[in-house]
Design a protein around this ligand. Structure first.
Ligand code: ATP
Length: 349
C-alpha cells in the first residue's frame, strides 16, 4: 500500500536516526503508516524496533530526523503532548486498584468528570470483553485478562495511535495465538492505528495489514504479509519471514544456470523423479504430524528444505534418510535474491 499524495498519514517518520554513544540503534528510517492501519515492526532483538516505538511515543528523542503524527510535526514534544498511548509487555497495572479503577486512572488524571469516566471505562472494558471483571483486582486475573485490561486502559483515552511493544510476549503460546486474533478484532472494531512491535514472524503475519522488517537499525522491506513471504526483497527478509532455502555459488550455477542468490519456499518444492530440476539425498526427516520436513543435500551442493503434507498418514510413505530424491518446482516460485546495488529500503508496489 502506498499513500496517496493528499492523504494525511497517521504516523510519518523522516530520516529518523538514533545514536546511543557509538551504537546506531536506528539508522535513517523513512516510514508512513496509514490511518486505521495495523502496522507491525518486525525484526530480531537489537534491530531498533523498540527505539523507533519509543521515539514515536516521545520517550526518546531522535538524534536526527522528524516524526509527524496526524500531519503535525511532534518532534521534541513530550509524551503527554502526543495523541498516542503505549501498551507494554509487562502490563504495569496498579496492583492496589481494581480493574475498573485501573482503566479509569488516566481519565482521573485528566480530570474527566466522574460520569463520563465511568461510561468510557465501561465501553473500554466491553471492547476487550471484560465487562464482568471491573471489581476484580489484577492478581485475580489470568495473564491474557491482565493484558486485555492494559489494552482497555490505553483504549479509554481514545488515542489516534496505539503503540504496542511485544504486548503478548509474556503469554504462553496457546493464549498468545488466541490474543492475536482478539487483538486484530479489537483493532478493527475501534478503528485506531496500531503500531505493533514483535520479533515473532508468525505473530506479525497473522495480524498485520503491513509489516516493516528491521535489520540493524534500518528497514529491509515494507510490505503486506503475503508480499513479504512471496516476494522478499532480500536474503535477510527471506530468512526472517519463513524458511529461506537459499542457493548460491556453485549450487546456483548448476541448478539455475547462472550466478546469483535464489530461494524457493519449502512448500513450493515437489519430490518427483520425472522432470527433476535438482537431485540429492535426504539428509534428515522431521515428522511434524500434519507435514514432514525433509532436508535434502543437493548433488550440486547446498541444501533445500522440502515440506510435504502427510496426506495418507502411513509411516511407510515417509522418506528415509539417505534416500536419493529428485526435486522440482515451477519457475514462478523461484525468488531471485541476487543483490543489486542501490538503497536497502524497498517498498513493494
Ligand atoms: P528487542 O526485540 O530485543 O527489544 P529491538 O529491535 O527493539 O530489540 P532496540 O531495543 O531498539 O532493539 O535496540 C536497538 C539497539 O540500541 C541495541 O543495540 C540496543 O542495545 C541499543 N540501545 C537501546 N536502548 C539503549 C540505551 N538506552 N542506551 C544504549 N543503547 C541502547
Amino acid at each position: 500500500m502506498t499513500m496517496s499524495d493528499d492523504a494525511v498519514s497517521s504516523v510519518r517518520m523522516e530520516d529518523l536516526t538514533k545514536r546511543f554513544g557509538d551504537v546506531v540503534a536506528v539508522d535513517g528510517v523513512n516510514l508512513e503508516i496509514a490511518d486505521g492501519e495495523f502496522f507491525s515492526m518486525l525484526g530480531p532483538s537489537g534491530s531498533g524496533k523498540t527505539t523507533v516505538l519509543r521515539m514515536i511515543a516521545g520517550f526518546e528523542e531522535p538524534t536526527s530526523g522528524r516524526i509527524h503524527l496526524g500531519g503535525q510535526d511532534v518532534t521534541g514534544r513530550p509524551p503527554f503532548a502526543r495523541d498516542v498511548n503505549t501498551v507494554f509487555q509487562d502490563y504495569a497495572l496498579f496492583p492496589h486498584m481494581n480493574v475498573r479503577e485501573n482503566v479509569e486512572y488516566g481519565l482521573r488524571v485528566k480530570k474527566v468528570p466522574r460520569k463520563e469516566r465511568a461510561e468510557r471505562a465501561e465501553a473500554a472494558l466491553a471492547s476487550v470483553q471484560l465487562s464482568q471483571f471491573g471489581e476484580r483486582s489484577p492478581h485475580q486475573l489470568s495473564g491474557g485478562q491482565r493484558q486485555r485490561v492494559a489494552l482497555a486502559r490505553a483504549l479509554v483515552n481514545r488515542p489516534k495511535v496505539l503503540l504496542l511493544d511485544e504486548p503478548l510476549g509474556a503469554l504462553d503460546l496457546k493464549l498468545r495465538r488466541e490474543m492475536q486474533i482478539e487483538l486484530k478484532d479489537i483493532q478493527r472494531e475501534v478503528g485506531i492505528t496500531f503500531v505493533f512491535v514483535t520479533h515473532d514472524q508468525e505473530e506479525a503475519l497473522t495480524m498485520s495489514d503491513r509489516i516493516a522488517v528491521f535489520n540493524e537499525g534500518h528497514i529491509e522491506q515494507v510490505a503486506t504479509p503475503a508480499e513479504l513471504y512471496e516476494t522478499p526483497a532480500s536474503s535477510f527478509v527471506a530468512g526472517f519471514v519463513g524458511t529461506s532455502n537459499l542457493l548460491t555459488g556453485a549450487a546456483a550455477r548448476s541448478v539455475f544456470g547462472r550466478d546469483g542468490t535464489f530461494s524457493i519456499r519449502p512448500e513450493k518444492i515437489t519430490i518427483a523423479d520425472s522432470g527433476a530440476r535438482a537431485r540429492g539425498r535426504v539428509a534428515s526427516v522431521v515428522y511434524l504430524g500434519s507435514v514432514n520436513h525433509y532436508l535434502v543435500d543437493l548433488d550440486a551442493g547446498g541444501t533445500l528444505t522440502v515440506l510435504r503434507q502427510n496426506q495418507h498418514g502411513t509411516a511407510d510413505q515417509v522418506l528415509a534418510p539417505d534416500q536419493p530424491v529428485g526435486l522440482t518446482w515451477a519457475d514462478e516460485h523461484v525468488i531471485d535474491l541476487t543483490p543489486t546495488s542501490g538503497s536497502h529500503q524497498k517498498e513493494t508496489p
